[in-house]
Design a protein around this ligand. Structure first.
Ligand code: B12
Length: 210
């Protein structure tokens, strides 16, 4: 069934994908596994786009399918629990980048673990991040990036936060398919990953003071 799910995304068969996601969720399969397979499908779509086999229309449609699959999965990911607030997180995709699927997943997963999320959305000016950090004094700031030119904006935001004497108040995380450890170093972030669950584990570890 998972192979069918991946192929469904690659072939942009929306109804089929949503049916499989619904069936697997109801059956009690791990929502993170379902999510991971959807992401594998998106990676193949991206490769086809890069090779010129797919155009922007296909990219858009795949994003739409993924978004709707997330709507089905969300209740399974963030089962409401009575719990103490684990910490505060500000999330953003910075100016020049409108990809938001990965950032949204991280937000859902952190919320499920009791973190308070302030998601500023996509195409966000660094100035807005500064304003939010001053307002909510977060424990974590997370930037998501899916296109490489945005690394510059992440670096700019980090420098602005430093100049405003805000940088010591939180851990800066970056993520998104195109980031790696060199990006982390370039941006001056504390943590980098291309796996939202690793991001959640990092936040939980720091929140517990480990
Ligand atoms: C869907 C998609 C789109 C959709 C986005 C829809 C949406 N609402 O997000 C649309 C059609 C809008 C789009 C547009 C474009 N796209 Co696009 N897109 C993709 C695609 C196929 C999938 C991305 C995705 O959502 N993956 C699924 C998510 C779940 O994965 P993820 O983001 O990596 O997130 C996971 C982790 O990284 C982590 N995570 C993510 N963020 C964060 C943050 C933190 C703090 C942490 C801890 C963790 C974390 O959590 C997630 C779950 O584990 C990729 C291909 C690829 N290989 O990634 C191309 C890709 C990213 N796009 C690309 C390009 C070039 C574009 C366009 C410029 C195309 C164009 N010519 O116009 C535009 C960009 C417009 C802009 N200014 O942003 C390139 C980028 C190349 C580069 N290196 O810069 C890619 C890589 C395709 C390719 N191979 O060429 N795209």
């Amino acid at each position: 069934m998972y192979e069918e799910l991946v192929n469904g995304i690659v072939d942009l068969k929306k109804d089929l994908v949503l049916k499989i996601v619904t069936d697997l969720s109801k059956k009690g399969d791990d929502p993170l596994k379902i999510l991971e397979e959807c992401r594998n499908g998106m990676t193949i779509v991206g490769d086809r786009f890069q090779k010129g086999d797919y155009y922007l229309a296909e990219l858009l449609l795949s994003g739409e399918i993924f978004k709707q699959a997330m709507i089905i999965l969300e209740p399974f990911l963030s089962k409401e629990r009575e719990q103490e607030k684990a910490g505060t997180v500000v999330l953003a995709t910075l100016k020049g980048d409108i990809h938001d699927l990965g950032k949204n997943i991280l937000g859902y997963l952190l919320k499920a673990q009791g973190f308070e999320i302030h998601d500023l959305g996509v195409d966000v000016l660094p100035e807005l991040v500064i304003q939010k950090v001053k307002e909510v004094k977060p424990d974590f700031v997370g930037f998501s990036a899916l296109i490489t030119p945005v690394f510059e904006k992440m670096k700019e935001a980090e420098e602005m936060l430093k100049n405003e004497d805000l940088r010591d108040g939180f851990k800066l995380m970056i993520g998104g398919g195109v980031t790696n450890d060199d990006t982390r170093e370039y941006v001056g972030a504390d943590f980098q990953t291309i796996d939202a669950m690793a991001g959640v584990a990092y936040c939980m570890k720091i929140a517990k003071g480990e």
